[in-house]
Design a protein around this ligand. Structure first.
Ligand code: SF4
Ligand code: SF4
Length: 388
């Protein structure tokens, strides 16, 4: 079995020079960048821009990380471009670019910011039990290489979000909701992510994780708590990198929902015995007692029990979102993003409500509500399994 390098260095602030030095160091662990990237080639930097959040909220890729990799790509004589398709486009992509600090970076570095919704898309056939074709942004076809810049966050639906999950953003706009509906369970969704990862794998040079600050708890957005993990980590095998991060978060990598399909399809290595670690002492990173999402216990159930719960005990054993009426401003973003059409609004004067019997528990509404108006509630029986 070939050994895979994972490189990680301590970083406790987003000072531009400091971040540049560390990003350069993690990338250099793989050799001279000029030998890896051909001159004049086009390198797509895949950002993680969930919605219009500021860098201080630790939900989106920090601009200092983007700036550092832009400079490194330019130094190698190549042409960087940046892009993503955020989950919540409510006030327009320009607003998201501005608030996340990416517009400023693009101006300062004279780099094109690509709107994945507007640049066109292509239809691709995939191997999935329920999703046969998907549309992905043309930007991944138009580039020579991809560099992935995910944010390190816990995730209510998938347990965590890092390298592989960040590629769900190559699906433009509302189609993300459509495919989520066709792959509603974490297992089906993980299989879909593995097919998306298959599409980008060949062009993918590096995944560089922005874990200087990230989220713990009920991420990946406002309901998560900001946490300094003090790490910038990189690998050419995103699956191994995700396995490494998962292990540090204290989530089992064996039989992990997200990693399993990737492993089965030989899209990467999940065995940490095959990892060559380069970097600072692992104990200097701050992963101690990371708070995992409230739903994490569901992923720990043996598959026979998970199937039993899904089939027979769903009414007694559930974890579902709930709209807090007082906090809701009635923007209806949750309704638009619900793949199961489980959110309704009875009339002009009422706030939306979630129909629990239709809800598939994907937590897209919880992820995309910008007003912290969606809480997560568990049934009486489920509460016994949740560590608070
Ligand atoms: S719950 Fe959030 S997303 Fe839904 S309408 Fe209210 S404020 Fe908007
Ligand atoms: S109500 Fe929320 S969690 Fe339930 S299916 Fe709709 S988006 Fe997913």
């Amino acid at each position: 079995m070939l050994k895979t390098i994972v490189s990680a260095y301590y970083c406790d602030n987003y000072d531009e020079n400091n971040v540049y030095n560390i990003v350069e160091k993690v990338v250099k662990s793989f050799g001279n960048i000029a030998d890896i990237i051909k001159p004049n080639s086009k390198v797509l930097i895949k950002l993680n821009l969930l919605s219009a959040y500021t860098p201080e909220q630790a939900i989106t890729t920090h601009p200092s990380i983007a700036k550092a990799i832009i400079k490194i790509i330019k130094k190698a004589g190549a042409i960087p471009v940046m892009g993503d398709s955020p989950g919540n486009l409510m006030n327009g992509i320009e607003n998201i670019w501005k608030k996340t600090g990416m517009l400023q970076v693009a101006k300062e570095e004279n780099v094109e910011l690509i709107n994945f919704e507007a640049c066109g898309c292509v239809e691709v056939s995939i191997k999935h039990p329920t999703v046969k074709q998907i549309y992905v942004t043309k930007a991944i076809m138009d580039c020579d290489y991809i560099i992935n810049l995910p944010k390190l966050k816990t995730h209510t639906f998938m347990g965590f979000t890092c390298g592989v999950k960040n590629f769900y953003g190559i699906i433009p706009g509302a189609r993300k909701v459509e495919y989520h509906k066709l792959a509603p369970t974490p297992r089906e969704f993980a299989c879909l992510l593995s097919e998306i990862y298959r599409m980008v794998k060949e062009k993918l040079l590096f995944t560089i994780v922005d874990g200087v600050e990230g989220l713990e708890g009920n991420g990946p957005s406002l309901s998560g708590q900001k946490r300094k993990y003090n790490i910038i980590a990189c690998s050419q095998d995103t699956v191994m990198l995700d396995s490494f991060i998962l292990n540090k978060l204290g989530i089992k990598t064996k039989n992990n929902l997200l990693l399993n399909p990737l492993k089965e399809k030989n899209l990467g290595d999940t065995d940490l015995q095959n990892m060559i670690y380069v970097g600072d002492k692992i104990s200097c990173f701050n992963f101690d007692k990371t708070k995992l999402p409230i739903t994490n216990f569901l992923n720990l159930l043996p598959s026979w029990l998970a199937r039993f719960v899904a089939k027979y005990a769903g009414k007694l054993f559930w974890v579902k979102p709930n709209i807090i009426e007082d906090k809701c401003v009635g923007c209806l973003q949750c309704m638009k993003s619900c793949p199961a059409k489980a959110i309704i609004k009875e009339n002009e004067k009422t706030k939306p409500v979630i129909q629990k019997d239709k809800c598939i528990g994907c937590f897209c509404c919880h992820e995309l509500c910008l007003h912290k108006a969606i809480e997560i509630k568990e049934s009486f029986i489920a509460s016994f399994f949740i560590k608070k």
